[in-house]
Design a protein around this ligand. Structure first.
Ligand SMILES: [Zn+2]
Length: 322
């Protein structure tokens, strides 16, 4: 990569407003907009120059490159199914059209955002979609608050549009606190995709079948602290990248649910540790000349957006034109 030019992908419509969803799930549906607002305070009008906004949701055709027709039609007719996949049982009583408009539509927009982030990364080295990272969704199943596999769809879109070839290497670096079982299942038989996954082995999804597919598998214990976490990352990631140095693109799931206060991730990584992780991943990819599309993944505290802001500040201050 001769020149790095970071791109952010964001829409104000990413926020998920669903009358009190915050009370039913630890998920902060406004994390994306909060991060954006804070970045705007820091960078002012400049932020718009580095940002692209998805103008439409991902299409059914784009989704069907990964998801089965039966699954996609289930999503638009079955509140009970949706309430299970979203892990909010009371949603079973809400008409699916309302769930579609308030929860799924922002997710389809963000899925389109991950496609745009992948395209921007290929062109200019680094991009961040301020949402996405739905790594539990597989071809015919939604689970763990993940309905559409944004990264899966982005890989197929890059291939279909000829931006990468089907045998070009694609890397998945998944550092969300949860194991990325959906990604492992979607690319189970795909020899061009290489997966690096470091996660808390003691929490959901404990998907042993999917685990066999991970190329570099780093299961962590409940409560793992900064030193062990960063040591593992600094030892294993360079080895992984060394073996895949000719990769065309890496998708980085930078889930902030590794944070010590996160109620779901159950790891003990400090605020500084999260930033150190992101800096190391991004700089490693740049050093190896591999374009990186970063997505936000999980992060379930009221402070999660601040962690996202810290990492994006680092990206913009390091690589964006002033
Ligand atoms: Zn997670």
């Amino acid at each position: 990569m001769s020149r790095i030019k970071p791109t952010l992908i964001f829409s104000h419509k990413y926020n998920i407003h669903f009358f009190g969803i915050e009370k039913l799930h630890p998920f902060d549906g406004c994390k994306y907009g909060r991060a954006w607002k804070e970045l705007k305070n820091i960078f002012g009008e400049n932020l718009d120059n580095w940002t692209k906004c998805p103008e439409r949701e991902v299409s059914s055709n784009e989704l069907s490159t990964v998801h089965t027709k039966i699954y996609l039609s289930e999503l638009i007719t079955n509140s009970q199914y949706l309430s299970k996949a979203l892990e909010i049982p009371p949603l079973a009583l809400v008409p699916y059209k309302l769930i579609d408009r308030t929860v799924l539509s922002p997710m389809r927009l963000a899925t389109r955002g991950t496609i745009m982030a992948a395209e921007a990364a290929l062109e200019d080295g680094i991009s961040v979609n301020l949402s996405g990272g739905y790594h539990h969704a597989s071809r015919k199943k939604g689970e763990g608050f993940c309905i559409y596999s944004d990264i899966g769809v982005a890989v197929y879109e890059l291939r279909q549009s000829g931006k990468i070839k089907s045998d070009d290497k694609v890397l998945m670096i998944d550092l969300d606190a949860h194991q990325g079982n959906g990604i492992a299942r979607i690319f189970d038989e795909d020899k061009s995709v290489f997966i690096f996954d470091m996660y808390n082995k003691d929490i959901y999804p404990k998907d042993l079948w999917a685990r066999k597919r991970i190329n570099t598998d780093i299961p962590l214990n409940y409560g793992t602290k900064d030193s062990v976490y960063i040591d593992n990352l600094k030892r294993e990631l360079p080895l992984f990248l060394k073996n895949q140095r000719d990769a065309k693109i890496a998708f980085y799931n930078a889930g902030t649910d590794i944070y010590e206060k996160d109620p779901l991730g159950k790891l003990s990584i400090s605020k500084q540790g999260v930033l150190e992780r992101d800096k190391f991943v991004l700089n490693s990819l740049i050093d190896f000349g591999i374009p990186c599309a970063m997505v936000l993944g999980g992060g379930y505290t009221k402070e999660s957006y601040e962690l996202v802001v810290d990492s994006i500040c680092y990206i913009l201050k390091t690589w964006a034109d002033k």
